[in-house]
Design a protein around this ligand. Structure first.
Ligand SMILES: [Zn+2]
Length: 364
């Protein structure tokens, strides 16, 4: 599957259960493609692990001191699985004829701009990491992922999924795995894994909202809008506004996300349902951001950002532990018993995550 060895992860936008549903419900051809994607993802995990054992990336460029600028390189994998492929667009280069190349280029740029302008963060690692992406990976490959070094996009099969560069929030989601990895690095299992997924959905959606200058009440709060091919019954991969309602399709199955703790899904699949139970913290963020109003990245996003950069947050944080830190940071930024702090505590309460008064007080 996508992701997980003990130390190194491949983060895919599609969880294995969706691919498994396609394998179960699809035509022979679709089944073949889904099984291939599933096994390919497993292969990557091994390659990445090997790569890390060989010493990881050769010396990163140090941009500290210089004015932060984005440094993008887009590659074409040429429908092979060899990464990164051949360079097709460099930083500052003019748009090319290939729409996937331009979408990848623009999406990386929008994500860089978002982190820089909203939180003064200099790229994924806050040290000016150049942003690389490969498009046209594999044959009709139904996924996109961040492998710890770069973004990789499949073309989709055109029947169930469109090209994976199409959704800006998907690009923001994947790159945010890099941000989380360089800050709290939440363990990709169980509740901490669902938080890791949720943080990627939160900032993925905020990248899009920032790009569109949308206020919280105008945003669609969807992850992967436009990604499902015409004819598939659904609007996106996930909905933060109404978890569990993004799709209901004979091939994909039904969106399994819960919105509240009472419906928490206990499973051994997908690292303990990391793409499923992320619906709960996703919905808490949505409730908080819409209660506060205005641009969601300004207050709600800032509090979430403060929380993932908080060295006191454990890598194995539970929802409740994470929630307590968000309340603490709301108190630090906006004051104890401020509207913002009350709203964040109330949002968590609505999804069934209780923050003890002691935790909030002790932390703020
Ligand atoms: Zn993810």
């Amino acid at each position: 599957m996508c992701s997980i060895s003990h130390h190194h992860s491949i983060f895919c936008i599609l969880p294995p259960d969706i691919l498994a549903n396609i394998a179960r419900n699809g035509t022979a051809e679709q089944r073949e493609a889904a099984i291939q994607a599933l096994s390919l993802d497993a292969t990557f995990r091994t390659q990445r692990l090997t790569y890390n054992l060989l010493g990881g990336p050769a010396g990163r460029q140090d941009f500290s001191g210089a004015a932060p600028t984005v440094q993008r390189t887009i590659y074409d994998a040429g429908h092979t699985q060899a990464l990164p492929g051949k360079v097709v667009r460099n930083e500052g280069g003019a748009p090319v004829a290939d729409v996937a190349v331009n979408e990848a280029y623009d999406g990386l740029g929008a994500t860089f701009d978002f982190y820089l302008n909203a939180y003064q963060r200099n790229s994924i690692d806050n040290a000016g990491l150049p942003l690389d992406a490969s498009v046209h990976f594999g044959q009709k490959y139904n996924n996109a992922f961040w492998n710890g070094q770069q973004m990789v996009f499949g073309d989709g099969d055109g029947v169930i999924f469109s090209r994976f560069t199409i959704s800006l929030d998907v690009i923001g989601h994947e790159l945010t795995h890099g941000v989380t990895g360089s800050e709290v690095n939440l363990t990709y299992q169980g509740q901490s894994g669902a938080l890791n997924e949720s943080i990627s959905d939160v900032f993925g959606s905020l990248v899009k909202q920032f790009k569109l200058s949308q206020t919280a009440d105008k945003a669609d709060w969807l992850i992967g809008a436009g990604l499902l091919a015409p004819g598939i019954s659904g609007v996106a991969l996930r909905s933060m506004k109404a978890p569990g309602t993004a799709f209901n399709d004979k091939l994909l199955g039904k969106d399994p996300q819960p919105a509240i703790m009472k419906n928490f899904v206990h499973t051994s699949q997908d690292n303990g349902g990391v793409h499923t139970n992320s619906g709960i913290p996703n919905h808490a963020f949505f409730l908080f951001a819409t209660a506060i109003g205005g641009h969601a990245w300004e207050k709600a996003g800032q509090i979430w950002y403060d929380t993932i950069c908080d060295k006191a947050l454990s890598q194995s944080a539970s929802f409740a532990a994470f929630a307590a830190r968000t309340a603490a940071h709301a108190g630090q930024r906006y004051g104890s018993a401020s509207t913002e702090q009350k709203a964040v505590i109330d949002a968590w309460k609505q999804v069934g995550v209780k923050i003890s008064a002691m935790a909030t007080a002790a932390a703020s």
